[in-house]
Design a protein around this ligand. Structure first.
Ligand code: NDP
Length: 291
C-alpha cells in the first residue's frame, strides 16, 4: 500500500503560519488583508467553494467580501465591479470564481483584475512572470500540489514528471512549476497517444483532467508519487460521491505515495489562496513577506 499524502495535515500548519503573520501586520501597520470573491450565478459547487474560501479567510483573521451577481449579469457590470475592487484599499486580493456563464468573456474579466490583486494567478502578466521565473502570484492549485510534492519528496530535481491536462488554471502552471524545480516534464492532453504508456514512465504523475478514475493502477510506475487534482461528482449507491481523476483503490496498490480525494489537493488550494492574499497585501504595501 502506498503512503497517503494528507493535504489537511500540510494545510493546517500553513494556515497557522499565515495567521501568525497577520497579527503584526494588523498591530504595527494597521493592515488587515482583504479577499474579495466574485460569484456569478448559483452553481452549487461554486457556492460551496466560495463558502470554504470565505470561512477560511475569516478564521485566520482576514477580511472577506463576497459579491454575488445574477447568472444573467453582463460583461460591463462585471468589469465595473472589478474596477471598483481594483481601487478599493480594503481589498488586497480579487478572485472571480470560475466557470462564468457563456455571455461573459472570461479572459477579458481575468485581464481586468489588477495583477497585484490577482490572487488566483491567472492574469497573463502573472502567468508570463511564472513562466519566466519572475516574481509572480502563482495559481493556488498547482502551488498547493508543488508544496505537497516537495513535502513528500524533498528535492524534485531530475524527476520525470507527467502532467495530465493542459488548462491555464492547473495543467500548464503545474508543468511550469515542476520545470522550475528541474523536473523533466511532459504535458499530456486529450489528443495524446498511448497515455497509459506515457504515464508509466512518470516518477511524478499529476492528474488534472476532470475524468472520474481515468488513471488506473496499471498506468502507474511502481513507487511513483501521484497527485490527484480531479474533483468529480458521481452517483453511486443512490448518493453523490466525490472521486478524483485517479482510481484510488488500484492506484494505491502501485504508487509510492498518493493524495486522496477529498482531503488531498483541495485543502492546499485554499491554504495557498490565503498565502497569495498575504503576499499580495505585503506587495501592495511594500512590506517584505517571508515565504
Ligand atoms: P479543464 O477541463 O479546463 O482541462 C482538462 C484537461 O484535461 C484538458 O487539457 C483536456 O485536454 C484534458 N483531458 C480531458 N479528457 C482527457 C482524456 N480522456 N485524456 C487525456 N486528457 C484529457 O479542467 P481543469 O484543469 O480546470 O480541472 C481539472 C480537474 O481538476 C477537474 O476535475 C477540476 O474539478 C479539478 N480541479 C480541482 C481543484 C482543487 O482545488 N482540487 C482546483 C481546480 C480544478 P484538451 O486540452 O485536449 O481538451
Amino acid at each position: 500500500m502506498s503512503k497517503l499524502i494528507d493535504g489537511e495535515k500540510l494545510a493546517a500548519p500553513l494556515c497557522n503560519a499565515i495567521e501568525e503573520r497577520l497579527a503584526p501586520l494588523r498591530q504595527r501597520q494597521g493592515i488587515t488583508p482583504g479577499l474579495a470573491v466574485v460569484l456569478v450565478g448559483g452553481d452549487s459547487a461554486s457556492e460551496r467553494y466560495v463558502r470554504k474560501k470565505q470561512v477560511r479567510a475569516e478564521a485566520i483573521g482576514m477580511n472577506s467580501f463576497v459579491h454575488r451577481l445574477a447568472d444573467s449579469v453582463n460583461n460591463r457590470a462585471l468589469l465595473t465591479l472589478i474596477e471598483q475592487l481594483n481601487h478599493d484599499p480594503q481589498v488586497h486580493g480579487i478572485l472571480v470564481q470560475l466557470p462564468l456563464p457563456p455571455q461573459i468573456d472570461a479572459s477579458r474579466v481575468i485581464r481586468a483584475i489588477h495583477p497585484d490583486k490577482d490572487v488566483d494567478g491567472f492574469h497573463p502578466l502573472n502567468a508570463g512572470l511564472m513562466a519566466t521565473h519572475g516574481n509572480a502570484l502563482i495559481p493556488c492549485t498547482p502551488l498547493g500540489c508543488l508544496m505537497l510534492l516537495e513535502h513528500h519528496h524533498g528535492d524534485l530535481s531530475g524527476q520525470r514528471a507527467v502532467v495530465l491536462g493542459r488548462s491555464n488554471i492547473v495543467g500548464k502552471p503545474m508543468a511550469h512549476l515542476l520545470l522550475r524545480q528541474h523536473c523533466t516534464v511532459t504535458i499530456a492532453h486529450s489528443r495524446t497517444q498511448d497515455l497509459a504508456a506515457l504515464c508509466r514512465q512518470a516518477d511524478i504523475l499529476v492528474a488534472a483532467v476532470g475524468r472520474p478514475r481515468l488513471v488506473t493502477g496499471d498506468w502507474i510506475k511502481p513507487g511513483a508519487t501521484v497527485i490527484d487534482v480531479g474533483i468529480n461528482r458521481i452517483e453511486s449507491d443512490g448518493r453523490t460521491r466525490l472521486v478524483g481523476d485517479v482510481d484510488f483503490v488500484t492506484a494505491s496498490e502501485v504508487a509510492g505515495a498518493i493524495t486522496p480525494v477529498p482531503g488531498g489537493v483541495g485543502p492546499m488550494t485554499i491554504a495557498c489562496l490565503m498565502l497569495n492574499t498575504l503576499r499580495a497585501t505585503c506587495r501592495q504595501h511594500d512590506i517584505p513577506v517571508a515565504d
